[in-house]
Write a protein that binds this ligand. Structure first.
Ligand code: C5P
Ligand code: MG
Length: 189
């Protein structure tokens, strides 16, 4: 299997590039943010719980997110591999993912990070808010909190994969095509 963690702060372009990688490598895209939002829309119990955190730009508790992600993987038969987008967000989530994949006799192939500076992130997310309909995209203070939470809890997850020689970072500034090419080069295969 080819299992990719697409990493980077909110607004780095993970969702956009994940769609490209799905096409190129024939993978299944799992975006934990998208799954939460589908649950919020469907007014499920999970959605009600997640909304309390997402509206503030905080992280949903690890146990909830890990359980949800694992059940999504279980639902998928015969995948050539997965793109994990927005997960893992903490080292605890990364460890849980490793254990889970190990039980399935597979593993993370590589984490690729999109590098984008904070001011550009805020600009992009405010632009995206016009179409995304996301409350957490429309308010600059919530956006700044999401970036802060990323720097405080999530950025360190890169070290976890770097220690396993599974981490690559690419420049996330440029055209969508340029960035896709950089990702293909980093992933190889
Ligand atoms: O990945 P995305 O930016 O779409 O996530 C939106 C929100 O979903 C995050 O700001 C956070 O509140 C929540 N989330 C989370 N844990 C994850 C992924 C998303 O708490 N692993
Ligand atoms: Mg996304």
């Amino acid at each position: 299997m080819l299992n990719i963690v697409l990493f980077g702060p909110p607004g780095a372009g993970k969702g956009t590039q994940a769609a490209r990688l799905v096409e190129k490598y024939n993978l299944v895209h799992l975006s934990t943010g998208d799954i939460f939002r589908a649950n919020i829309k469907g007014e499920t119990e999970l959605g009600k719980l997640a909304k309390q955190y997402i509206d503030k730009g905080e992280l949903v508790p690890d146990e909830v997110t890990i359980g949800m992600l694992e059940s999504e993987v279980e639902k998928t038969d015969h995948a050539k591999g997965f793109i994990f987008d927005g997960f893992p967000r903490t080292t605890f989530q990364a460890e849980a993912l490793d254990k889970f994949l190990d039980d399935k006799r597979t593993e993370i192939t590589i984490m690729v990070a999109l590098d984008v500076d904070d001011d550009e992130l805020v600009k992009r997310i405010l632009l995206r808010a016009k179409d995304s309909g996301r409350a957490d995209d429309a308010d600059e203070s919530i956006i700044r909190n999401r970036i802060e939470v990323y720097n405080r809890h999530t950025a360190v997850v890169a070290d976890y994969y770097a220690e396993k020689n599974k981490f690559k970072k690419i420049d996330g500034l440029g055209s969508i095509n340029e960035i896709s090419e950089r990702l293909y080069n980093a992933i190889g295969a």
